[in-house]
Write a protein that binds this ligand. Sequence first.
Ligand code: GLN
Length: 375
Amino acid sequence: MSKLPLVGTTIFTVMSKLANENGAINLSQGFPNFPVDEKLTSILKAISGEAIHQYLPMAGYEPLMEKIANTIFTSYHRNINIASELLITAGATQGIFTTIQAFVSFEQEVIILDPSYDCYAPAVVLAGGKPIHISLNDDFSIDWGKIENAFSSKTAMIIINNPHNPSGTVLSLKDIEQLEFLLEKFPKVLLLSDEVYEYITFEEKHISANTRNKLKDKTIIVSSFGKTFHITGWKIGYLVAPSHLMIEIKKVHQFLVFCVNSVAQVALSKYMDLVDVQKLGEFYQDKRDLFRNLMKSSKFDLLKSEGSYFQVASYDSISKESDLDFTKRLVIEHKVATIPMSVFNVDNKDKHLIRFCYAKDDETLIKAAEKLCKI
Ligand code: GLN
């Protein structure tokens, strides 16, 4: 019997495959198509002959952990203890799965805000828990009253994603305060804060749980080098959590992966001396602005994109098809692959919205917009 009867192949795999089969420009799955920084590839070449190919300590390579702690201090003025509050993970996905395994027990509930990233709910189900999906408002803002009503004595955790995939929004100070208020009212509930796009913000920086004294003691924060250094295929990231929670997380981690890829950890520990993560927002803001400008003459109605590398758009004035049908037709007839937003809702609610990924070189964005403006 399947433990995940409702799960099929992810939309990212489906759409990327469809893009390849149809020779389409792929703005669907979220990954950069431009070359990785030469400084990083040079480091990789230089270190490959060194003695870096065996197991590392379970929680991570210390020099890398030190660099991460420095970056967290620079970004958020939070001092973390690398021995007890930091864990290197095989991508954010493993960090999320490990955290959920560590803290969600049989029949406990986890609050998930829809549209939601696809790996949360299956991890809850595999832990024996129950995902409780609450829909965001039409503009992707949060109805905190609705969230509070969903809390119960069974609630173990709430997952937030800030900046948000797929909507590209960031939470306001008011949202964070509401969250703090709610978690004070339900002191046993943990917060899993997925901040993988933490350095990809534009006019307003996102408010990290790292900066909130009221949250630190109950929050596990997820980061991903895949997003921050344009290396999604490396599958490496990290978790920050207070030591009393990290003890439990490490118990799962040591039997799930034990330790993460040694070559990647050593390379990144050296690379972190050479890059400034604070510049990433500017880099993607240029891409966002280019794409939005190019799309001005199209019939798509672009919503705001405050963070992440995603742009959501309504195609209501082009077609009344379902978003699944529309995105399929877009790949086959117009040669541009995108993601239908309904797949991020547990009830598949379709609001005629699609998601573009603009983590692409300028030429790709120009060519894609040219095609999209003809529709
Ligand atoms: N996070 C990426 C996205 O949202 C996809 C990752 C994946 O393919 N699993 O597009």
